[in-house]
Write a protein that binds this ligand. Structure first.
Ligand code: MG
Length: 176
């Protein structure tokens, strides 16, 4: 089993290494935070997370960066039951879990309205490339996850976020 504290320490070191940071990190659930589709599970099951998920979430909390959920699960009651069973419900300032035919743009509109965080201050992780493409267009730094959230993809996300931030500041300066 992965040591949660070890992952958390490394994630906090990563957070400390960047001058610009997102204000809010948004996660998909199925195959991003946990390794299954919750529609294929019973709410009586005992769920588990990907090995690095909990350490990264708790580093965000300690690092003062908010977290939120954007999930298109057709079984939100199973998703919220699992979040409770895993004792991570309180780690999220917004939880948008509902099915829609769009690529999560309505989830992000709701998250934006609830938190007041602008799209360019958000970082998003998802395993579905259609969602990544759709949400990038809003101005959110969006990173594709292949084997669940882990320290490698977390570093990649923070790096892309700060590059996008620098690029948009340069653009602003040029247009002045
Ligand atoms: Mg997913």
């Amino acid at each position: 089993m992965e040591d949660v504290e070890k992952v958390k320490t490394e994630a906090l070191q990563l957070i400390g290494a960047f001058q610009v940071l997102p204000k809010l990190v948004v996660f998909d659930l199925d195959y991003t935070l946990w390794p299954f589709y919750c529609e294929c599970r019973s709410k009586h099951d005992t769920p588990s997370l990907f090995p690095h998920s909990r350490g990264i979430l708790s580093a965000l909390k300690d690092g003062g960066i908010h977290a939120a959920i954007a999930s298109k699960s057709p079984t939100p009651h199973i998703a919220t039951t699992f979040l409770d069973k895993l004792s991570i419900t309180s780690m999220f300032v917004a939880q948008e879990i509902f099915y829609t035919s769009t690529h999560k743009t309505d989830h992000f509109q709701k998250i934006q309205a609830k938190t007041g965080v602008p799209y360019n201050s958000m970082l998003f992780f998802d395993d579905d490339n259609n969602n990544i493409k759709g949400i990038s267009k809003l101005g959110v730094t969006s990173v594709l996850v292949i084997n669940g959230v882990n320290l490698g993809v977390f570093r990649e996300g923070l790096t892309s976020f700060s590059q996008n931030w620098d690029a948009s500041k340069k653009k602003q300066k040029r247009s002045r």
